[in-house]
Design a protein around this ligand. Structure first.
Ligand code: NAD
Ligand code: LMR
Length: 348
């Protein structure tokens, strides 16, 4: 039977010829690596889609013990791709091991919802995962680790993670609303019949849930205000709920939650954070509030952000009308309720 010597966990996968022209490898931890999103994400990271073709990566994969055998098959496939940027892959069922010296952590591993469920129904079941992993990041990751939480409910899981990682700056731990952002861009582009590249300055405020507020008040389509190009009733009554409920729409069609689009969004969130957002545009990231726009400090809330020099910054000075204020406050209230339900998991 064919067994490549290069596809085993922990073995060196990259040739000497390639290392001589590349940078020092970075360590990337991915949790839930054996799941659906993991399967779509690992190959993109390993191929260089995250940090570029001249940045070697070491993958440190975390799974629950029963999933390790199947994960070994994924490791074989990674080896069989002969990616030039993949130095090695290790697997573990111990967060302390998977997060050791990690420069980046994609926290994907958590239960997904099924049809008829809200993401908040996952809160109590998934919360303990993030308590444990926050502590492990605190004790073992590189001091500059950048973290994205994908597992739902993502904002509040990020809050749990950071409250259990007191030695890290809370700003290092973020949650994903990039999928909502991308959905909002794609739906607006389709409605106005332009390429997605012509849509700018869309943003998602608040929670990765049905209370999220996809905001078009500052958006442009082909250089002109978006809200002058679509019907306001369409925006308020169709667009907002469609973006906010797109996850459920995918679940109803696919019988499982979004995976490839989620993996793509996670990769873009992290890539923009490190390499910067496009000039003249912004993106959406759920980050600890600094009190901007009346959102209480510390709440992990999605804001419009720009990234530059490896740092993100909330876009300031946007006008908030009463329609927007009402929605921004509704999603803020939901996040406060989620926070209050899991306070007991905050480290002392
Ligand atoms: P999945 O069930 O296919 O995979 C999850 C994997 O996590 C499984 O392999 C499981 O064994 C593993 N896992 C469970 N507990 C773990 C732990 N303690 N440590 C390490 N691994 C663990 O699910 P999926 O489709 O990959 O989705 C993963 C999560 O991402 C779900 O919570 C889903 O709701 C969420 N999600 C979020 C977004 C977003 O936009 N924020 C988008 C899509 C999915
Ligand atoms: C999504 O938005 O697709 C994910 O959060 C999965 C879900 O539960 O909707």
């Amino acid at each position: 039977m064919f067994e490549s010597p290069r596809c085993q966990s922990g073995k060196r996968l990259m040739s000497i010829r390639e290392t001589s022209i590349m940078k020092k490898p970075v360590r990337i931890a991915v949790t839930g690596a054996g799941g659906q999103i993991g399967y779509a994400l690992l190959f993109r990271i390993a191929a260089g889609d995250f940090l570029g073709p001249d940045q070697p990566v070491r993958l440190q994969l975390l799974e629950v013990t029963p999933a390790l055998k199947a994960l070994q098959g994924v490791v074989m496939e990674l080896g069989d791709c002969a990616f030039h940027t993949l130095v090695d892959v290790s697997t573990s069922d111990q967060a302390d091991v998977a997060f050791k010296d990690a420069d980046f952590a994609f926290l994907v591993g958590a239960k997904p919802r099924g049809p008829g469920m809200e993401r908040s129904d996952l809160l109590l079941g998934n919360a303990e995962i993030f308590r444990v992993q926050g502590r492990a990041l605190n004790d073992h990751a590189a001091r500059g680790v950048r973290v994205i939480v994908v597992g739902n409910p993502a904002n509040t899981n990020a809050l749990i993670t950071s409250r259990n990682a007191p030695d890290l700056d809370a700003r290092q731990i973020t949650a994903m609303t990039r999928l909502d952002h991308n959905r909002a861009v794609a739906l607006l582009a389709a409605k106005t019949n332009v390429p997605v590249a012509d849509v700018h300055r869309v943003c998602i405020w608040g929670n990765h849930s049905t209370t999220q507020f996809p905001d078009l008040h500052h958006a442009s389509v082909s250089g002109k205000p978006a809200l002058q190009q679509v019907d306001v009733a369409w925006y308020q009554q169709e667009y907002i709920p469609r973006v906010a409920k797109r996850g459920a729409e995918v679940i109803a069609a696919r019988g499982a939650s979004s995976a490839a689009s989620a993996a793509n969004a996670a990769l873009e969130h992290m890539r923009d954070w490190v390499l910067g957002t496009r000039a003249g545009d912004w993106t959406s990231m759920a980050i600890p509030s600094d009190g901007s726009y009346g959102i209480p400090k510390g709440l992990v809330y999605s804001f419009p952000v720009t990234c530059n020099g490896g740092k993100y910054e909330i876009v300031s000075g946007l006008e908030v009308n009463s329609f927007s204020r009402e929605r921004m406050d509704a999603t803020r209230r939901e996040l406060e309720e989620e926070r209050d339900a899991i306070q007991h998991l905050f480290g002392g």
